[in-house]
Design a protein around this ligand. Sequence first.
Ligand code: UDP
Length: 192
Amino acid sequence: KNRVNILGTEFDNFTEKQFHHYLDMDLDNKANKFIVTPNPEIVLSARKDTRFSKIINNADYVIPDGIGIIKGAKSLGTPIHERITGFDTLKYLMSAANRKLLKVYLLGAKPEVIQASADKIKKDYPQIDLVGFHDGYFKDAGIIAEEIAETKPNIVFVALGSPKQEFFIDKYHERTNAIWIGVGGSFDVFSG
Ligand code: UDP
C-alpha cells in the first residue's frame, strides 16, 4: 500500500477520483471494507491511544480529511495528492448506492437527526434501499450490530463521533460484507 505516515497515522495517497473508482469496485464485488477519515484532531488523539491508532492503521482506507493533513504531509517531505473529506465520501457513497440500487443502513446521531437523514435519502436518493436506521444513543451495541447484520446492507454509515465509531466498526464489521465508514457529525449537516 502507498501510505504516508503523519505522526503515526498512515494515510492513503491517492486522488479522490481513484478512491471513488476503488469504492465502485468494492461495491460491485460486495467487499468488506472499513474507511476512516482522520482529521488533525484524530491524528493527535490516536498518538495518545495505541488501541485507536492500531484500529486506524489496520483500516482498509485511511483518508486525509483536512487541509492540515495535506500541509503536514508536504512539510514532512512526503506530500499527499489531495484532501478527501468524510462528508464528500458520504455523498459519493449515497450517489453510488442510488445508481447501483444498493442497501444502506444509518447508525448514529440524535433521533431527530437520523430520522431527517432517512427522510432526505427517501427524497433525494429514491433508488437507495434504506434497510434500517438507528440513533447513536443505544445501550447494547451487540444488539444493534445484530440488527445491522440481519438487514444485509451494502453500506453502513456510522456517526458516533471518534473514537467511538471506529471502535464499533472494528468490533462488528467482519459480520457483514459492506463498506463501513465512520462519518462523525456528517448527519447533522446532511440532514439539514
Ligand atoms: N453521537 C452519537 N452517540 C454518542 C456520541 C455522539 O450518536 O454516544 C453523535 C452525535 O450526535 C453527532 C456525532 O456523533 O451527530 C458526531 O459527534 P461529534 O461532532 O462530537 O464528533 P466528531 O464529528 O468530531 O467526530
